[in-house]
Design a protein. Structure first.
Length: 241
């Protein structure tokens, strides 16, 4: 069992969550950081991210399949923005226990926390947790925790009334174990909210959801990525009452 830490304890030595101090402490190594502003509905937020992210992606090596996986967690995916906006507009997070699964920079968890949720940021990458924690602190989030977690192997002690996952449906072999994780950790009367931009064929994931006895529905939102339209589905998964 991996321990859970509070956001305050993890980055207590950052002092207001400043990126410069994070770099000095080594929490963001080897990445340089920059701050940017984003508005989600009525929430103006300030986030820390990796500077010049493109230089960490060796596209030719990826085509040859002879490189380590790029830091996908560091990219603010279109689906994360879609899910964050949906959450801000439609979900009352007060009194909710929230798991931001595969949190990356922590945008959706920050929105949930700002709306009154008690959020645990979870990711298998410790550096992602450092960024998510810094972003929670920057935006005045309270009562949040962080957990290094790989849903393919780790089990938590508690269930959550809301589980968030922004574009986490990209590795098809993990679909069955992801459904098992969600089923195990979703509290009765709770819900899972996922954003699915269908960057891979995700149809099989929904088959596994149905086989597990879970219900689901989706709402498609048309976004734009670059100059192209991108349909993003907001998927709600819940247990049969």
């Amino acid at each position: 069992m991996r321990p859970q830490h509070s956001c305050k304890n993890l980055l207590s030595h950052l002092g207001e969550g400043q990126g410069e101090e994070g770099e000095k402490s080594g929490l963001f190594t080897p990445y340089e950081t920059e701050v940017f502003d984003v508005t989600i509905g009525s929430l103006p937020l300030t986030l820390l991210r990796v500077k010049d992210l493109e230089r960490w992606v060796d596209r030719e090596a990826l085509l040859r399949d002879d490189t380590e996986e790029p830091p996908y967690w560091a990219h603010l995916w279109t689906g994360a923005l879609t899910l964050a906006r949906y959450l801000e507009a439609h979900v009352d997070c007060r009194e909710m226990t929230v798991l931001d699964l595969g949190c990356g920079l922590g945008l959706t968890g920050v929105v949930a926390a700002r709306k009154g949720g008690r959020v645990v940021f979870a990711d298998k990458e410790p550096t992602a947790l450092a960024f998510a924690t810094a972003n929670a602190q920057r935006n005045g989030c309270r009562d949040c925790g962080v957990r290094t977690l790989d849903f393919t192997s780790d089990i938590l002690d508690n269930q959550f009334s809301l589980i968030l996952g922004a574009e986490i449906l990209y590795d098809r072999p993990t679909f069955p174990v992801l459904v098992t994780f969600l089923d195990r950790h979703l509290a009765p009367h709770g819900k899972v909210l996922l954003s699915d931009a269908k960057r891979t064929n995700t149809a099989e994931f929904y088959e596994f959801v149905g086989k597990a006895g879970l219900k689901w529905r989706q709402e498609e939102i048309l976004e734009r990525e670059g100059n192209l339209p991108l349909p993003v589905s907001i998927v709600t998964i819940y247990k049969q009452e």
